[in-house]
Ligand binder design. Structure first.
Ligand SMILES: [Zn+2]
Length: 256
């Protein structure tokens, strides 16, 4: 084992997980669009797994009401910029990880910049509009996207692999569902669990390890621990991905 991989020794004991795959993680850049309860937890586990670089996009300062779920943050940082503090937390966990930060929401005007150099993106924004912007840009650029959202004790998760799977617009073609932005209930453990699942899917998509969710959506309700997977269908007439010319042949070969 490479000496520089000592930190990941226990991970490299995973059946079938190779040093070449560890190196792929090190060579990868992930856009984390939202470092709250979901994206922040995913970022922690990508960092300790040895991701090379993360780009954090999250607007605003830490508030007291963030503290029931945002475990990247510390109580005495309330009032400070979340992306700056988030970067500090990641550096404390694993100084080998590079972090680039933007104290910004995800929008049409900055998405090119945010996705620049990214091999994969995590969709953890609070508004559906921002998720659509991210979905469209990822389809256009051929960047796989891990899409996850939660509300209360429930959540969903699926992967958007351009040219292969359904995209967000295939699944939700109509006008934006009514989302109570910043008003919905959150149990921190639920957003944290979903963040962990996002990081697992990201690691699998980036390295080719295991079997990421492909054209399937995981839906769960932790109130009674019901977990289910549903098939999600790519719409050939989808306005976002239906005419996409991106053919990610490698993904098809690797996962189908
Ligand atoms: Zn689509």
């Amino acid at each position: 084992m490479k000496k520089s991989f000592e930190r990941y020794r226990r991970q490299l004991m995973l059946d079938g997980f190779t040093e070449a795959q560890q190196q792929k993680l090190k060579d990868s850049t992930v856009l984390v669009a939202g470092i709250g309860g979901l994206g922040g937890t995913a970022a922690i586990y990508l960092a300790v797994a040895g991701i090379g670089k993360m780009i954090f996009a999250h607007y605003g300062k830490l508030t007291l009401t963030n503290m029931n779920r945002q475990i990247l943050m510390k109580d005495n940082w309330i009032g400070k910029s979340r992306v700056i503090q988030g970067m500090k937390s990641i550096k404390d966990l694993n100084p080998e990880v590079e972090v680039e930060i933007y104290d910004e929401r995800t929008s049409e005007s900055n998405i090119e910049k945010l996705l620049s150099g990214a091999n994969l993106a995590l969709s953890a924004r609070p508004t559906f509009h921002e998720r659509r912007v991210l979905n469209e840009a990822c389809i256009k650029k051929g960047v796989p996207l891990v899409e996850a959202a939660m509300n209360g004790m429930e959540g969903y998760l699926f992967n958007i692999v351009p040219g292969v799977t359904a995209c967000l617009n295939c699944v939700y073609p109509d006008n934006n569902p009514e989302w109570e932005e910043l008003g919905f209930p959150v149990l921190g453990a639920v957003s944290g669990m979903l963040g962990c699942l996002m990081s697992i899917e990201a690691i699998k998509l980036l390295t080719g390890y295991g079997k990421p969710l492909m054209s399937k959506m995981l839906i769960f309700n932790t109130i009674d621990m019901e977990f289910r997977k549903f098939k999600v269908h790519k719409n050939p007439d989808c306005e976002v991905c239906g005419t996409a010319l991106n053919s990610i042949d490698n993904f098809e070969a690797e996962y189908n």
